[in-house]
Ligand binder design. Structure first.
Ligand code: FES
Ligand code: FE2
Length: 465
């Protein structure tokens, strides 16, 4: 690994990389134990990462923890508009303040005071120490700043709570741009959990994340979906982040809305039937990326429209039905302009470890994290959020779900089937380095470019070198 003092020279090199050219990058980021250990300091301790949803801590004194590598962050609601975050460690002799069960996806609860189980030091929601047994023994040395919890930067966007362990980090909004601005119209903050599942895989967290980063894999991994259309996609760097979407033959306003999977009218002689069938199949085999209301509206198309209705009219009619059905339920359909929809595309990668497939009333998102500091293991989560009528959001909890088709549905299980095989292959001495597609997999390459910025190593190189 490069030494950090070479970082400036290294950054110049990175800035000259042209993502539209064929590039390659090494496997170190996926397989090296040294790299995984360095990630803790150079990456995880420096980046903004979403630690949960705001809806998980609605009441004052609600708390949750977020585990990242060997760090644990304690997040507490301290007021109606105030959330604070701390390193989850007691400043006395270092016990984990709030224990996190190994088989849980973080600890949650409501507490006015956090009492350390070892010697009883006690902290309020503001991180201030309120009790120390025999404090005078320290002869006045225990100042407030020595005995309080160590604060972590925290902010919210899109209904997520985001944390950053670097006290000198840029503000969250600046970090998330231009993704935040392009995704604001979707108003994720108005959505609530529909399901949330997690599982541990024998692969690096990047392998699991990248399994969902491009539709280039659809033809081979999900062949059953190709009957609905081509999955040829553009893929773009958006600063630290990236997005992709479908190339459409005709970039008219109506057509550009077809740049997300769920909005595609599909191919085939009868656009009405195809739309109904595609929505049904997505609902049954992904379990997300659409909603029951939208599936039902698509199923009615064959009855509501005459045979031979052109696909753009089918598409328009369907969306209008969806909006009407949602309005009748008292759910607002956000006003997203066609060009905003097209520009946002199908899906996003938010650096470093989050993927989002967005829609007007739903989103499916993924998060992957290292498992401790093991490069060959990760925690994977998939979450569906949706707009519900007021008070009708379901009660959900984190569910550990083994990677079976029964637990995850067919499409996501198909994606899972690649992960451990990729991790095995990346460790092969015969593998010459990644060859990402320069049109359809730029998100992946841009991810590695930005990893190289943070890590000081492993930048993608031109293939002709
Ligand atoms: S380690 Fe927490 S009170 Fe001693
Ligand atoms: Fe997939």
């Amino acid at each position: 690994m490069n030494k950090p003092e070479k970082i400036n020279e290294h950054l110049d090199l990175i800035d000259s990389v042209d993502l539209s050219k064929p590039l390659t990058f090494p496997t170190e980021a996926y397989t090296s134990k040294d790299y995984a250990e360095a990630e803790a300091d150079r990456l995880w301790a420096k980046v903004w990462q979403h630690a949960g949803r705001v809806e998980e801590i609605p009441n004052i004194n609600d708390f949750m923890t977020y585990e990242i590598g060997l760090d644990s962050i304690l997040i507490v609601r301290t007021g109606e508009d105030s959330i604070k975050a701390y390193h989850n460690v007691c400043p006395h002799r270092g016990r984990r303040l709030v224990p996190v069960a190994k088989d849980s996806n973080g600890a949650r609860g409501n507490r006015q005071r956090f009492v350390c189980g070892y010697h009883g030091w006690t902290f309020d929601g503001d991180g201030k120490n309120t009790y120390i047994l025999d404090k005078d023994d320290w002869q006045g040395a225990l100042t407030d700043s020595r005995t309080c919890l160590t604060e972590v930067r925290v902010d919210t966007w899109g209904g997520w709570v985001w944390i950053n362990m670097d006290p000198d980090c840029v503000p969250l909004r600046e970090y998330l741009e231009p993704a935040a601005g392009m995704l604001d119209p979707f108003q994720f903050e108005k959505m609530r959990y529909r399901f949330r599942q997690w599982v541990v895989f024998d692969c690096n967290w990047k392998v699991a994340l990248e399994a969902f980063m491009e539709p280039y894999h659809v033809a081979a991994t999900h062949p059953q979906l190709t009957k609905y259309g081509d999955f040829y996609a553009w893929s773009k760097a958006q600063g630290l982040h990236g997005n992709d979407g479908y190339d459409t033959p005709d970039q008219s306003a109506e057509d550009s809305a077809a740049s997300t999977t769920v909005f595609r009218t599909g191919k085939g002689p009868d656009a009405r039937a195809m739309m109904g069938q595609m929505q049904k199949e997505f609902w049954e085999t992904v379990g997300a990326s659409t909603t029951q209301v939208m599936v039902d509206a698509a199923a009615r198309l064959v009855d509501e429209l005459p045979e031979g209705t052109p696909s753009d009219e089918v598409h328009h009619h369907w969306l209008e039905s969806c909006k009407r059905d949602y309005a009748a339920m008292g759910v607002e359909w956000p006003d997203i302009r066609e060009e905003q929809m097209a520009e946002a595309g199908l899906a996003w990668h938010l650096f470093p470890n989050m993927g989002i497939l967005q829609g007007p009333v739903f989103a499916l998102y993924y998060r992957t994290r290292p498992y401790g500091n093991d490069p060959n293991k990760c925690i994977y989560e998939a979450v569906a959020i949706e707009r519900f009528p007021k008070g009708e959001a379901p009660d959900t909890e984190w569910v550990y779900a083994d990677a079976t088709e029964e637990n995850w549905r067919r499409v996501i299980a198909q994606d899972f089937s690649n992960m451990e095989l990729v991790q095995q292959g990346l460790q092969s001495r015969g593998f010459r380095g990644n060859l990402p597609n320069p049109h359809q997999e730029n998100k992946v390459t841009n991810f590695h470019l930005n990893l190289a910025r943070y890590m000081g190593t492993g930048a993608p190189q031109p293939l002709d070198d």
